[in-house]
Design a protein. Structure first.
Length: 43
């Protein structure tokens, strides 16, 4: 688990348009990451 102030690990995800994006794509820019768990995908 990250702590406040720690650097985020490099990752790749799919955006709302289905395009793969990497954390490095946003280097030097502000970034807000929001994600939602799909219904019934856990426990």
């Amino acid at each position: 688990m990250l702590k406040v102030g720690e650097t985020a690990p490099k990752f790749e995800a799919v955006n709302q348009d289905g395009k793969k994006v990497r954390l490095d794509d946003f280097k030097g820019k502000w970034l807000i990451l929001a994600f939602f768990v799909k219904a019934k995908t856990f426990g």
